[in-house]
Ligand binder design. Sequence first.
Ligand SMILES: [Mg+2]
Ligand SMILES: [Zn+2]
Length: 281
Amino acid sequence: MEGALNSRDMLVVFDFDCTIAEVDSDLWVAEQLGAKPLMEQLRLRLPWNEMMDTLMGALHAEGKSIAEVGDALRSIPLQSDKIVAIKLAHAIGCELRIVSDANSFFIETILDKYGVTSLFSHIHTNPASIDDLGRLRISPFHSKSEAPHACQHCPPNMCKGRIIEKIQSEMLLSKRVIYVGDGCGDYCPTLRLREGDFVLPRKEYPLWEMLNEKSAHVRAAVHPWATGAEMKVLLMNLINGSARMEEEQPPADISDVNCATIALVHREQSRDVSSVKAVPA
Ligand SMILES: [Mg+2]
Ligand SMILES: [Zn+2]
């Protein structure tokens, strides 16, 4: 097929909050643990990343355990089609990464629930750890000892564009990138994408609005989605190299995509004779 891509030469980069998870995990945890008013107070004097670290300290001082934080995280809404999309993209041979301004504890706790953490080769996010007292500590991705990133689009703790640039410079093969995101922080990395790459913004969220206004700055092809099912179809079609869709076109039938994808996986496996990966019965 013309323009067909080898899935092994593709990298799918997901944002996390409001992209894989339906909502923002920081806001969700604050809400579930009754800390929304405190969050709003802290927000007035602290940048977001420090605010979350301080909020976790306050919750710990109130007697909220790390197990309760974990329970709140595992209750976050997440559409099962997105998990299917992640599993299919991985099965077909794409490399998967997450680039997120949440933190490693939140993301891994949620992905562990669905058993997909290990499908991502890297999770680029603010590092989190549990201290001796059982308090969650959240640190900035770009540590304060580094020179400031000087990007006007991004908060001081994380410039996602810089992360994408680093990924691009470290790739042995120049993989085509599919970037899936929703927020203002996802605009900077989409500016780093190249011709032949794709950006998949969540419809009616800030990234989609920014791309509508400033699409001239973006070299990647833009394909919006609204639901997990649409994201799955879009990803599978792009990975299949058969993206010929217009926004007006009705969404493809999901069962067709599953069949096409399964066929593709078989084709890939039979072609890759060096593969010794066991296929679960
Ligand atoms: Mg997001
Ligand atoms: Zn930036």
